[in-house]
Design a protein around this ligand. Structure first.
Ligand SMILES: CC(C)(COP(=O)(O)OP(=O)(O)OC[C@H]1O[C@@H](n2cnc3c(N)ncnc32)[C@H](O)[C@@H]1OP(=O)(O)O)[C@@H](O)C(=O)NCCC(=O)NCCS
Length: 206
């Protein structure tokens, strides 16, 4: 079980987040963010299918500031490796550490699952996201030419950088997470529902 974490900083130091397993009722807010930040948001149907997948195969997390969904992230588990499928933060809330809080939870999840490694694709032009992933120990391992070519509105078929973090079981990697945590503004409370999928009695998020 993920321990509930509060990091002793006041909300003025950064966001005071609640991180919970993504549920179907969150998809509308997620798609609003995704439509603002991605050329193509996942369809409702795709989200419906993804959220029906077993927790053994998928991990989708949503970050809330109060009742407002401010970011989300997700990881697929395929053949013993993690694949970061999405990380997105409300454009009005970027730069507050929200993606980092989400990534820390996903990466602890990867460690608990004893995954061999974690990979992702990111646009070659998306230097900010690449910097975020590098901070989490991901290194570029190759390029997928034209990976984003099918997205509507694409003027060019942009290449993807493939990144891997392959040492997620190592103590040094845990130290890296702790260092990111220590430097991160704000704090987060991780709902036990994120793991058990059971809601505490009387719990109402929205
Ligand atoms: C990439 C993305 C997810 C990052 O989200 P974010 O919440 O802004 O990320 P964080 O705040 O955790 O970290 C990003 C930066 O903010 C900085 N930061 C964190 N807290 C800060 C604060 N209180 N004040 C100023 N800067 C801060 C971090 O140091 C980091 O700096 P960098 O840009 O130099 O790397 C976000 O920009 C986004 O949604 N982009 C569009 C979708 C996307 O590209 N997703 C990735 C697809 S592969």
């Amino acid at each position: 079980m993920i321990p509930a974490a509060r990091h002793g900083q006041s909300p003025t130091d950064g966001p005071s987040l609640t991180i919970a397993a993504t549920r179907r009722r969150d998809v509308h807010a997620i798609r609003k963010i995704d439509e603002a930040v991605y050329p193509k948001a996942w369809s409702l149907e795709l989200w419906r299918r993804e959220l029906q997948m077993s927790i053994r195969e998928r991990r989708y997390l949503a970050a809330f500031d109060g009742a407002v969904l401010v970011g989300h992230a997700g990881m697929m588990v395929l053949d013993g490796d993690g694949h970061i499928a999405t990380v997105a933060v409300d454009p009005r809330r970027q730069g507050e550490g929200i993606a980092s809080h989400l990534m820390i939870e996903l990466m602890h999840d990867a460690r608990r699952r004893q995954l061999g490694g974690v990979t992702l694709e990111v646009r070659v032009s998306n230097e900010r996201a690449q910097a975020l992933y590098e901070r989490f120990g991901f290194s570029p391992s190759g390029v997928r030419p034209g990976y984003y070519g099918d997205d509507p509105g694409e003027r060019i078929a942009e290449d993807a950088v493939v990144m891997w973090a392959s040492d997620v079981g190592e103590p040094a990697w845990l130290e890296r997470l702790a260092a990111i945590e220590a430097a991160l503004p704000g704090g987060r409370h991780v709902e036990p529902t994120a793991v058990t999928l059971a809601r505490p009695p009387g719990f109402r998020r929205r």
